[in-house]
Ligand binder design. Structure first.
Ligand code: 5AD
Length: 376
């Protein structure tokens, strides 16, 4: 029997792995490492250090084109939107980089009632949002019971929506209760995978070990789990960033939040320089290559750091955008860093994002936007 002329293999399998002429002047050493990362989903620490030490424009372009190609194969030109509801700016933690840290006595604090949170969801739902991200400082007033009740009410009112929590460290039992009440996802950035660096960004009593224990609990319970870190946080070295990438390659989270560090004037790091947008974009591309199915936002911090950088994040391999559904009058009180955008009506912001993404060939979709689950 003659061989069929048309291969029955899925398209992705017959598409050449590397587009020729992409960044032709990429350094052969960098190309080899980026190709290996893509093929194996991991690299040794020293290879990440080499890649990250001083990537050239061509290196970054090569990673970007390859990562955008992977995102395109996984998600097409679809970008998922998340409706962020910042429901409390009270925080018992004192992270040195964060504008709502406990010691910032100038920060105005607020809490949203369950009814106000549900009103945010209602507006978001009307505009096509199918994931609600409930984020807050670590606020003891929202006990396990209170949060569980809020999750239950959202779950009952919006059975077709995903509920994501981003409320910091809690007990295993509390996490389990939130999951049982219907929460689907949990974001808890690891912040840095180096315990000494972790110590320099946080106060005594906050340890990387306890953070990672929470992350592994969350994954074990069954949450789609998100880790992540800032690029350019104070004291960060290439070695630390390489450790972050090794950690992600081992933990294999469903979601990864990465943005540049941006100073907040009322924190001990108020006079530190902001993280590099270009390095953040390069790292987003590496994460996409390492975790092809990961849900990867082009973060608010990225969009704040440079005009147009959020779109650049999508072009670098990100596939999620988070927009703020919080009541406009409260937004100025949830300032994690200076210049965080606070104005804008949700409908207008959504349309602005839709327009700017469509100019680069992407569509925002009405979809829960779950992780495809096949983590290699
Ligand atoms: N710059 C950038 N990102 C920040 N975050 C907190 N403070 C800052 C800052 N100054 C990030 C942290 C946290 C997430 C909610 O916001 O990584 O996990």
């Amino acid at each position: 029997m003659p061989l069929p002329l048309i291969s029955e293999a899925p398209v992705a399998d017959v598409t050449p792995d590397v587009t020729p002429d992409v960044a032709p002047d990429v350094a052969p050493g960098s190309k080899r490492l980026i190709d290996r990362l893509s093929a194996d989903g991991r690299l040794p620490l020293a290879d990440f250090e080499t890649l990250l030490s001083s990537p050239s424009d061509a290196d970054r372009a090569y990673a970007r084109v390859r990562a955008a190609d992977v995102a395109q194969r996984q998600f097409g030109n679809r970008v998922f939107v998340r409706g962020l509801i910042e429901f409390s700016s009270h925080c018992r933690k004192d992270c040195l980089y964060c504008g709502i840290r406990k010691s910032n006595r100038e920060a105005e604090r607020y809490r949203l009632s369950p009814e106000q949170i549900l009103a945010c969801c209602a507006e978001g739902y009307r505009l096509g949002y199918r994931t609600f991200v409930l984020q807050s400082g670590e606020d003891a007033r929202y006990t396990t019971e209170v949060v569980t009740d809020i999750v239950r009410r959202i779950r009952a009112a919006y059975p077709d929506c995903a509920i994501t929590l981003s409320i910091g460290q809690r007990s295993t039992a509390a996490y389990q209760q939130f999951f049982d009440a219907g929460a689907d996802r949990f974001l808890l950035r690891h912040e840095t995978a180096d315990s000494e660096h972790y110590g320099r960004l946080h106060t005594a009593g906050q340890t990387l070990e306890s953070r990672l224990a929470c992350l592994s609990d969350l994954k074990e319970i069954g949450f789609q789990t998100g880790a992540g870190f800032m690029v350019g946080s104070p004291f960060q070295t290439v070695h630390h960033l390489a450790k972050d990438l090794v950690f992600l390659s081992e933990f294999r989270p469903h979601m990864v939040g990465i943005g540049p560090f941006l100073p907040h004037h009322r924190t001990p790091f108020g006079d530190q320089p902001a993280g590099s947008v270009d390095l953040t974009l390069f790292i987003l591309s590496l994460v996409r290559l390492m975790l092809p199915t990961v849900l990867l936002p082009a973060t608010t911090a990225l969009g704040t750091a440079r005009t147009g950088a959020r779109d650049a994040g999508i072009q670098a391999g990100a596939n999620v955008v988070m927009l703020n559904l919080s009541p406009p009058e409260q937004r100025p009180k949830y300032l994690l860093y200076d210049n965080k955008p606070v104005s804008g009506e949700v409908f207008e912001m959504t349309e602005a994002v839709r327009r700017s993404l469509s100019r680069i060939g992407y569509d925002i979709v009405v979809d829960r936007g779950d992780h495809p689950k096949e983590i290699r």
